[in-house]
Ligand binder design. Structure first.
Ligand SMILES: CC(C)(COP(=O)(O)OP(=O)(O)OC[C@H]1O[C@@H](n2cnc3c(N)ncnc32)[C@H](O)[C@@H]1OP(=O)(O)O)[C@@H](O)C(=O)NCCC(=O)NCCS
Length: 443
């Protein structure tokens, strides 16, 4: 088979495999945030093609756009200073007109892009209707620390019934970071807030935030494919103190956490820079972004004393076949705070522990995934979560002693080491009969 035939075959296989995703997404409401940064990116037209494809497949789309960098540039050009307090722009009376012009211009530009229909382009025959209106009611942020935010506002209400009516008529609804108050004034809002509140009010299936990076990246630059609530909070806090791109991810994570707390169960962070990232995240098993979902929220958590019986049941067969060292119920009870577990439908399907050893060392132990659930990324997520915890506990080196899973750990960035690389007190406890391999990872 030549390369062309192989390509065509894998395309056919991928297209077939996407059937279940197409069926799952049809008729569902997705709220998608396009930040101002996304609107000025050169990949925007591809993002528009992909959103048009989602619409064609029956997804009900609510698009929310921002215009933060465009507003800053316009204010600078007109010699008006952007004032900030607690990281929020103060929109003075002399600025709101510029803000309205810029945001209106960006909305019109999006309308134009969705109206394209030239032949030989993915938009041919798509016939998309975008609908705008006074769907967002705003209120002023008010005065804080004696500072009046003037025309900077907050969302007071989303007219969800009106939006749903438009979606029923097969229209895409376009919202922006402008809202209108009961006094008839225009307010400058945060686009993240509009998107989040819209997702909550509409009880959307998904909140999708288009971000400048692939998603949340770990310290080595690797993509973190899914996050628990605890880990999402950790990254939101950490990234809020870094560069502009990181702050954008941090705001997106805050939006996901608020949406989750209000029963929007799946939020995705997807790159606006990478061609096709949206399609890969929504139509392939591997995905291509970071998913914050109730699956991971509900399942991965710190263990409690009530989990001891479930953990014992899970690890018993692995102790019997020698993969894990035996642990008594009493020992497990005293060490339970070192464990994290994954719970699914009220049963413990995975566990792992982190033991701080002192001297900057931490030991990963007792990692076990129930047979039927192996190769689903649970091991990866547990290890990732323990690494995050280890870092925040000041641990610099992780190690593991393993008889059967050394290659799995090597694939996660651990390296083979010698017994004397371990802290002395741990060397003394080494069981020479088990002949476990020693693996280390510098954090
Ligand atoms: C090792 C273990 C924790 C991995 O968890 P998991 O959730 O199945 O792993 P993930 O889904 O994150 O990763 C799956 C990948 O790891 C590979 N893998 C699983 N166990 C492996 C092992 N022992 N050695 C090498 N690779 C392994 C899988 O083949 C799969 O590879 P693929 O992505 O190329 O298909 C799990 O298999 C397990 O519980 N094993 C039994 C208990 C055990 O040995 N614990 C280690 C004690 S130190």
């Amino acid at each position: 088979m030549d390369i062309k035939e192989q390509d065509s075959l894998s395309m056919i296989e991928w297209f077939r495999a996407s059937t279940s995703y197409i069926n799952a997404h049809r008729g569902k409401v997705f709220v998608v945030l396009l930040s101002g940064e996304a609107l000025s990116d050169k990949n925007l037209s591809n993002v528009i093609y992909d959103l048009t494809l989602l619409h064609s497949l029956g997804v009900k789309l609510v698009l929310v756009h921002g215009a933060r960098p465009q507003i800053s540039a316009a204010l600078e050009t007109s010699g008006k200073d952007s004032q900030y307090h607690r990281n929020i722009r103060i929109t003075g009376a002399d600025c709101i007109e510029t803000v309205t012009q810029i945001v209106g211009g960006e909305s019109a530009r999006l309308e134009a892009l969705f109206s394209m229909g030239i032949s030989n382009s993915p938009m041919q025959g798509s016939d998309v209707r975008l609908c705008r209106g006074n769907f967002v009611t705003a209120k002023p942020v008010g005065i804080h620390d004696g500072i009046d935010y003037q025309y900077t506002g907050k969302v007071r209400k989303i007219r969800s019934a009106d939006i749903l009516r438009q979606l029923e008529q097969n229209n895409i609804v376009l919202l922006s970071n402008l809202g209108y108050s009961l006094t008839g004034e225009i307010f400058n809002l945060s686009a993240e807030e509009v998107a989040t509140e819209a997702a909550i009010e509409l009880q959307a299936e998904k909140l999708i935030l288009m971000v400048p990076t692939e998603g949340v990246l770990d310290d080595e630059g690797g993509l973190v494919a899914s996050l628990s609530e605890e880990d999402a909070k950790f990254y939101a806090d950490k990234l809020s103190k870094l560069d502009e791109d990181s702050q954008c991810i941090s705001r997106a994570l805050d939006a996901c956490l608020r949406a989750y707390a209000n029963r929007v169960h799946r939020s995705h962070l997807i790159s606006f820079r990478e061609n096709g990232a949206l399609i890969r995240e929504l139509f392939t098993r591997q995905g291509n972004g970071t998913l914050i979902s109730s699956d991971s929220f509900e399942s991965l958590r710190a263990a409690t004393i009530e989990d001891v019986a479930g953990i014992l049941q899970l690890i018993k067969p692995l102790e019997e076949n020698g993969s894990l060292v035996e642990r008594s119920r009493e020992l497990l009870e005293t060490e339970i705070e070192n464990f994290k577990v994954v719970e699914l439908e009220e049963s413990i399907i995975a566990c792992a522990a982190l033991y701080p050893i002192g001297g900057g060392f931490g030991e990963i132990a007792c990692i076990a995934i129930e047979n039927d659930f192996q190769k689903n990324g649970y091991g990866d997520r547990l290890l990732n979560s323990l690494e995050i915890q280890a870092k925040s506990d000041g641990i610099k080196t992780l190690f593991v002693l393993t008889t059967v899973a050394s290659h799995w750990f090597l694939g996660k960035g651990f390296q083979e080491a010698q017994l004397n690389d371990l802290p002395e007190q741990r060397q003394e406890l080494y069981n020479y009969q088990r002949k476990s391999k020693v693996l280390l990872k510098k954090l």
